[in-house]
Write a protein that binds this ligand. Structure first.
Ligand code: UD1
Length: 420
């Protein structure tokens, strides 16, 4: 298995190209199931999770073909030949659940493996299922699979989400686009990736109102048609490299990034002594002087993203003073803390909060993480640490960061992938 070797202590200077958002691309690809015509998606990042979604769609009969030479434009199309999403693919990526709504809406049946356990908490899919049931689906759980049918087709419904789940909002919005009548999703998630999906569905002929608000109103239509859509820049990749630049004391232009999606991150980073400024080509990251301990609490958008918690925690681990970082979205999302402690960080977890006491420096060590963002946080720690850090289980990083080591090396980091 590949590893990443980092020799820390070098400030990052230069430019990093920010790719299309993984978490927007995955639901957008699932939306390819909603039409028999072609859906063309531009600015799709080249990531292992995109390959997993490609395999899943192929299993349903939808071909995902690259268009042109950039490898970032995908054309999706084909007739649905299977409504089953098997365990072997779903277990690799939880976002596979996003095929459930589209399959049910298009084919009136779907059999999707339950995603099962996950390193960052139990992560049930009950909100997806309850919403689909409200739309008339009959759902049974059997032998680890969700068996869903809607013999008369899905019909519009009033759905109040008890929690603004990103995936449930996406699944239900896609299903509602082809349901009979009006669906209202109240307490819908408001993440930019949801807006991006809604804009693509509208380009495909869907009737959706309330974008960017907590209430989405969807008038079902009989069929959706071909469309072309460009994926928004990845705000989490942006925030990750912002933390990387800041911890090394460097200055980096994150080319193509959109600061408007990062208001909460910008504000917290500002208090910590790091400036994120919009430039015509992207976002510039500059550290004013030292880093200051700053509290942060993860919340649904527009709050501070849970997917930035681990990276920000590392930044705080070398800040002056103390910081309290509270995780409200996922239970059990502090698995990176024990590895950071091995690198010399002083962090205590009490329930949903991590209390960080900044230390003057970290020291390199062999480390590994159990999820994507935690792995990214260890890379950031390695960039700041004295000596050599080896990050194991690189496949987590490959799920969500394209060419991570090349992007960092181009800005002066001493980082390389060791094939193993
Ligand atoms: C998406 C993102 C993920 C991010 C998360 C929160 C994608 C592909 N993934 O995941 O990177 O960390 O949003 O911003 O976009 N929950 C339930 N029942 C449900 C659904 C969710 O209890 O049916 C709970 C989860 O266990 C979790 C919380 O709601 O505690 C948030 O989950 P959700 O917003 O659904 O996240 P995902 O869509 O899985």
């Amino acid at each position: 298995m590949d590893k990443i070797r980092i020799r820390g202590g070098r400030p990052l200077h230069g430019e990093i190209m920010i790719g299309g958002a993984k978490n927007a691309s995955l639901p957008l690809m699932a939306a390819g199931l909603l039409t028999e015509e072609r859906l063309v998606l531009g600015n799709v990042p080249r990531l292992a999770d995109i390959d997993t979604m490609t395999s899943l769609l192929a299993q349903h009969g939808i071909a995902v073909d690259p268009v042109g030479n950039d490898g970032r434009t995908l054309s999706l199309g084909g007739a649905i030949t299977s409504t089953e999403a098997p365990y072997d693919i779903v277990r690799k990526m939880r976002a596979s659940i996003l095929v459930l709504g589209p399959l049910l809406a298009r084919c009136r049946e779907a059999r999707v493996s339950l995603p099962g356990g996950c390193a960052i908490g139990t992560r049930p899919v009950d909100l997806h299922l309850k919403g689909l049931e409200a739309m008339g689906a009959q759902i049974e759980l059997e032998a680890g699979y969700i068996n869903a049918t809607a013999p008369g087709g899905l019909r519009g419904a009033m759905i109040v989400l008890p929690f603004a789940s990103v995936g449930a909002t996406e699944n239900l919005m896609m299903a509602a686009a082809l349901a009979d009548g009006q669906t209202i999703i109240a307490n819908a998630a408001r993440e930019p990736e949801i807006d991006d999906l809604a804009r693509c569905l509208i380009a495909m002929g869907a009737r959706i109102e309330g974008l960017g608000t907590g209430t989405l109103t969807i008038e079902g239509v009989k069929a959706l048609h071909a469309a072309k859509h460009n994926v928004i820049p990845d705000r989490i990749e942006t925030g990750t490299y912002a933390c990387a630049a800041a911890i090394t004391g460097g200055t980096v232009l994150l080319r193509g990034a959109d600061l408007s999606h990062l208001a909460a991150v910008r504000s917290v980073m500002d208090s910590a002594g790091v400036e994120l400024t919009a430039e015509p080509d992207g976002v510039r990251v500059t550290r004013r002087n030292g880093l200051h301990g700053t509290d942060a609490m993860t919340e649904p958008y527009p709050g501070f993203p849970t997917d930035m918690q681990a990276q920000f925690l590392v930044l705080m681990s070398v800040a002056q003073g103390a910081a309290m970082v509270t995780e409200t979205i996922f239970e059990n999302r502090f698995m990176h803390v024990s590895e950071l402690t091995r690198m010399g960080a002083s962090i205590n977890v009490h329930g949903a909060s991590a209390i960080v006491r900044g230390v003057p420096s970290l020291s390199g060590a062999p480390v590994m993480a159990t999820d994507l963002r935690a792995s990214a946080s260890l890379v950031i720690a390695g960039l700041a640490a004295h000596g050599e850090t080896i990050v194991n289980r690189v496949y987590h990083l490959d799920r969500g960061y394209e060419a991570l080591e090349q992007k960092l090396a181009a800005c002066g980091a001493d980082v390389e992938r060791i094939a193993g």
